[in-house]
Design a protein around this ligand. Structure first.
Ligand code: CA
Length: 307
């Protein structure tokens, strides 16, 4: 296994949502708290940042080359290079205390994103939504507290999801044709003392990679047996998410946070908030799914708003 490196000097308050862009060989990630979307391309092109001016939960790539994003005010298309956005839908315009959290695309090109209470009470106010390819929004689940870690298996038969305070990974039967999920069952339970499960990725052997919030690590699990197969320690406590990158998807990118750490804790973990990478991890990921917005006639959308 390769060694753990810091990708750039940039440190997020709450780094999250890493997405590998196979078109440009760059890594995107976000800062939930500051509303930054970062894109890093190795070499001279380095780091580019777009601030969306509000909290952001997740981004995914569209087949058109745009991004689709779940931001505080709803779901939006984002033109990263032109620094503009096109609001699509805000399914929770009537719940101002909520914000979007983790999100990803399914194998058929729908964008899934969960919401949560943005206060400190950890109320089970969240829901899980899909943005369909025709831009309609459907509600998939309710009563969630901190929805995280969305992953689909390579067979397009199973959907994996985490509600962080439960410390469990749930599996659902997934119908790729209509996006329906059913038959929820608990497959993994994170032991006490290992933090709480946050973001998640899947490798080409179907094994799940889980980021441990306050657990100082990412870990690899077998979804069939519920057993932990591997673990990689990090020098920071708040490990938020991970994804595979590089042309062969052999590098493992890991986002982290410094939000909520005391000055004393920050002295002990000065790299908190960094984006890390394990080059040539010895494992290979599945490519990130993209949003199928071919039905949205992007060239006909008017009223793009500048950030
Ligand atoms: Ca998260």
């Amino acid at each position: 296994m390769g060694t753990l490196e810091v990708v750039t000097d940039q440190k997020s308050v709450c780094g999250e949502g890493p997405v590998w862009d196979r078109q440009t060989n760059s890594i995107y990630w976000i800062d939930i708290v500051t509303g930054d979307i970062h894109r890093y391309q190795g070499g001279a092109r380095d780091l580019v940042t777009l601030n969306v001016g509000q909290k952001i939960g997740a981004i995914a790539q569209c087949r058109s080359g745009h991004l689709v994003a779940a931001i505080k005010t709803g779901l939006s298309f984002i033109d990263f290079d032109n620094k503009s956005h096109w609001p699509i839908n805000d399914p929770e315009a009537d719940i101002p205390g909520n914000r979007f959290n983790d999100g990803k695309c399914d194998p058929s090109g729908r964008f899934w994103a969960g919401t949560m209470d943005d206060g400190h009470g950890l109320k089970a106010m969240g829901s899980l939504y899909t943005l369909e390819r025709d831009l309609m929004v459907k509600k998939k689940q309710t009563g969630l507290t901190i929805p995280n870690g969305l992953v689909w298996d390579a067979d397009k038969k199973t959907f994996y999801h985490i509600d962080t305070p439960t410390r469990k990974v749930m599996a659902f039967d997934y119908d790729d044709h209509n996006g329906e999920i059913s038959n929820p069952r608990e497959i993994i339970s994170i032991p006490q003392g290992e933090g709480a499960p946050d973001g998640m990725a899947i490798d080409d052997e179907g094994m799940l990679w889980i980021a441990h919030w306050d657990g100082w690590k990412v870990s690899r699990w077998c979804p069939d047996t519920g057993s932990q197969l591997d673990g990689i320690s990090l020098p920071v406590a708040r490990v938020t998410s991970c994804t595979f990158g590089k042309k062969d998807l052999g590098d493992l990118y890991i986002t982290t946070a410094k939000v909520g750490l005391s000055d004393e804790e920050l002295l002990k973990q000065p790299l908190a908030g960094s984006l890390f990478v394990i080059k040539d991890s010895g494992y290979k990921g599945l490519p990130a799914n993209t949003f199928d917005n071919r039905g949205a006639a992007m060239e006909l959308l008017t009223g793009w708003r500048s950030f």
